[in-house]
Design a protein. Structure first.
Length: 315
């Protein structure tokens, strides 16, 4: 099975390296709770150049370990780990009888609303498929990814896409040019289920004014801005239905948003369920100045660009 490295993995026998991106939801509309307990959403994803690096090596069983510039001490390495689940589901699907050792170098914030765990799972699917030589068609990998989580199919696909259902039903979206983003990473923890629960509580309290939620859709103006490759147009339509709930649970986020917008960002929004805040800049120089200003304010700040490719083997 070591021949799998010939399709793009590292030259070291029996080892494959895959890179998978984090994401920003440039639009996130949240509908009602579905029968499976998840909310119906309509989102515009953009993959950005903050990557997870995964290395897969042949082994008799399934293990995962972490390293990288962020604290990974709280991550689970048992059978509940999403990357391990991805490897196991692929083995079951293909009838592969061996195992794999996964080593993940993490750069995407943990529980930061950028889909880092989903990127790990997508990377594991691609890496194990290459390592084991199972040659699963891409559409089948997508189906396996959808069983693992709503954001996993997009981490597999990358680029810019519209997600519906729980977010796993993807359709490509045209996006011209490159968008410049600066990510502010406040030292705050937010639970995705709790942010959704807070949104539900808010809607219940104000149901008389808000009425019944309709099926969410991505606004046409968002698609137009992406097609035009115009950051000014996109800045006007950045939307996240979870943002108010995230700020209610972590009021510090309001100050982060204010800091970035005062420093020259065209617009900012909480990414997904937070707490990462994504600021859209006009151009490269604007992004550099914004990064410097946010760092001076005591925030961890990263410049990234989008869209970028999804999970792929690195040669």
């Amino acid at each position: 099975m070591t021949e799998a490295v010939e399709i793009g993995g590292e030259t070291r026998a029996g080892r494959v390296h895959v890179r998978a991106p984090g994401k920003i939801n440039v639009f996130l509309g949240v509908g009602e709770v579905l029968g499976d307990g998840y909310h119906e959403v309509a989102t515009a994803y953009q993959a950005v150049s903050l990557y997870e690096e995964l290395y897969a090596t042949e082994a008799a069983d399934f293990t995962v370990s972490f390293r990288g510039p962020i604290d990974t001490s709280g991550l689970r390495t048992d059978e509940t780990n999403l990357a391990l689940r991805a490897a196991r589901i692929l083995a079951t699907h293909t009838g592969y009888a061996g195992g794999v050792r996964l080593e993940i170098e993490k750069h995407v914030p943990i529980a930061g609303g950028m889909g880092g765990g989903s990127a790990d799972a997508a990377a594991a699917l691609v890496a194990c498929d290459a390592l084991w030589g199972t040659a699963v068609p891409r559409d089948e990998l997508h189906e396996l990814a959808a069983h693992l989580g709503a954001d996993v199919p997009f981490a597999l696909a990358g680029g810019t896409a519209i997600g519906t259902g729980r977010g796993e039903e993807l359709s490509p979206a045209l996006a011209h040019g490159t968008f410049e983003w600066v990510l502010a990473l406040p030292d705050i923890e937010l639970s995705t289920p709790e942010v959704y629960a807070e949104l539900d509580r808010h809607r219940e309290r104000h149901r008389a004014e808000l009425g019944t939620r309709r099926t969410p859709v991505v606004e046409p103006a968002v698609l137009q801005a992406l097609r035009a490759g115009d950051p000014h147009l996109l800045a006007e339509v950045l939307t996240n239905d979870l943002q108010a709930a995230a700020i209610h649970l972590a009021p510090q986020l309001a100050k982060v948003l204010e800091t970035g917008e005062r420093a020259g960002a065209l617009a900012g929004l909480v990414s997904g369920s937070g707490p990462t805040v994504a600021f859209l800049a006009e151009d490269h120089d604007g992004a550099l100045g914004l990064q410097i200003a946010l760092s001076a304010a005591g925030l961890h700040a990263h410049r990234v660009t989008g869209p970028v490719h999804g999970a792929r083997v690195i040669g």
